[in-house]
Design a protein around this ligand. Structure first.
Ligand SMILES: [Zn+2]
Length: 169
């Protein structure tokens, strides 16, 4: 189960709350984002679909680590509509394609942590992790040890990833 442990650490909920004072959940906020406003880049939101939102993880394992979250603040896949679940997988596929093209990654981790004991940092609002990987990037121990990229790198990648995603949507 190394793979599931690899995606175990995630968003720091306290910091996420500070950055989003309007509600207690930054994933709910992300879905409400007006993509024409500056809120989009501040929140790292790349795309708002009918049932889900795609955004940058503020605490990524690696540059380009994205989250796909449903509009509903629910803690189980069972609480989503079939349409929302299906759209989440469609967006995962588009994200995978975008990552391979835009980031030239050689592998991708996709997965969810359901429940706090499974590693969910935001256990109340499920979200899919999509993490690009390269040969020779951080090894397993470094990854679970919490290697972080610099915020500057995140800001630079936002516009690029958003543009590349729009080409495929
Ligand atoms: Zn929420």
């Amino acid at each position: 189960m190394a793979y599931m442990r690899q995606i175990a650490a995630e968003v720091d909920p306290q910091t996420a709350q500070k950055a989003n004072a309007s509600t207690s959940c930054f994933l709910c906020d992300a879905f409400q984002t007006d993509m024409l406003s500056e809120d989009a880049s501040m929140r790292g939101v790349l795309h708002v679909a009918k049932h889900n939102v795609i955004l940058l993880n503020r605490y990524p394992y690696t540059n380009g680590h994205l989250l796909i979250a449903p509009a509903s603040h629910v803690n189980s896949l069972s609480d989503l509509s079939p349409d929302a679940r299906a759209e989440m997988m469609e967006l995962t596929e588009v994200t995978q394609r975008m990552m391979r093209q835009a980031l030239n990654c050689q592998g991708i981790n996709v997965g969810m942590n359901l429940g706090r004991c499974a590693g969910a940092g935001v256990p109340g609002h499920i979200h899919q992790h999509v993490v690009p990987r390269w040969e020779g990037d951080t090894n397993f121990m470094q990854t679970i040890g919490g290697v972080r990229v610099q915020p500057q790198a995140l800001d630079q990648s936002y516009a690029h990833l958003r543009q590349e995603l729009q080409k495929l949507l």
